[in-house]
Design a protein around this ligand. Structure first.
Ligand code: NAD
Ligand code: ZN
Length: 247
């Protein structure tokens, strides 16, 4: 067992209120690329034309094409060992909640019960006019923007596009959690998308111990991280869960 993982496990064992903050890296080993990599989604669908609220309002049919493509990919993916390890940590009573930037539903699929979706969920859509929400059934929507069955309005993927604000409930719940927590486990996030990137720093200001799992260092690593665990989280998180079982 790597000494840093043991050290992190000892700190987690002592914690009373631990929260994980996860990003795209948590799902890379499930086959979902992070968006910024050379073959990432932004290469095919530039964000200014496909991922802003202005682009959506300008041409919903165009933006939906990207979501149908993404949705088809998300439909097939499964949680990886990193997701399962986080679910095990929650089941063992060591992890209070996950605040995720991911929109892929994989933490819930792995069995985590308290998941705060900071950027929404790509498996749902919501009406721009009456706010009715519904599951996104890809089999029924293959061409243009879907319409609301209640009012006929245009449906939008239930995700936070650039230019939109974070859902109020997710924002409030996250703030309450980070003020209370004494341990933060950062997993696979580049610390570049705000306001999500500010969450671990707020927790640190309130006294939390910070463990970071990533394949490479980030802006967190030399600023707020207490223990950096380098490697794929599909490999390191199961080792952390194992250490928790054995301690
Ligand atoms: P990011 O793409 O900016 O950063 C990903 C981070 O994960 C990087 O620091 C990278 O080094 C790390 N990483 C890559 N593979 C890893 C692995 N196997 N183990 C551990 N770390 C690994 O992602 P972000 O910070 O989450 O920001 C991207 C935004 O785009 C998010 O806000 C999110 O809403 C959205 N997004 C979501 C998904 C998804 O739902 N799966 C995928 C891509 C992007
Ligand atoms: Zn409606």
């Amino acid at each position: 067992m790597k000494p840093r993982i043991l050290e992190a496990a000892r700190a987690l064992k002592k914690a009373h209120h631990a929260v994980a903050v996860t990003g795209a890296g948590a799902s890379v080993e499930s086959g979902i690329p992070d968006f910024r990599s050379p073959n990432g989604i932004w290469e095919t669908y530039p964000p200014d034309r496909y991922a802003t609220i202005e682009a959506f309002l300008d041409d919903p049919d165009r933006v939906w094409q990207m979501w149908f493509d993404l949705g088809a990919m998300l439909g097939d993916v499964l949680p990886n060992p990193g997701h399962h390890a986080l679910a095990e940590l929650e089941a063992m009573g060591h992890l209070h909640a996950i605040i995720t930037q991911n929109i892929d539903n994989l933490h819930q699929a792995a069995g985590n019960r308290r998941v705060i979706e900071y950027h929404g969920n790509a498996r749902r859509m919501r009406c721009l006019d009456c706010d009715a929400g519904t599951a996104l059934d890809l089999a029924r929507h293959t061409g243009s923007a879907p319409h609301c069955v209640a009012c006929g309005g245009i449906m939008k993927p239930d995700v936070v596009l650039f230019g939109e604000i974070i859902p109020e409930l997710a924002m409030t719940e996250s703030e309450l959690l980070v003020r209370r927590c004494d341990f933060v486990l950062i997993v696979g996030t580049s610390a570049t998308v705000y306001p999500a990137a500010g969450i671990p720093a707020t927790a640190k200001q309130h006294g939390a111990f910070v463990v970071e799992c990533n394949v490479e260092e980030t802006d967190f690593t030399c600023s707020i991280t207490d223990i950096f665990i380098q490697g794929k989280c599909g490999e390191t998180l199961p080792l952390l869960a194992q250490a928790m079982r054995e301690l």
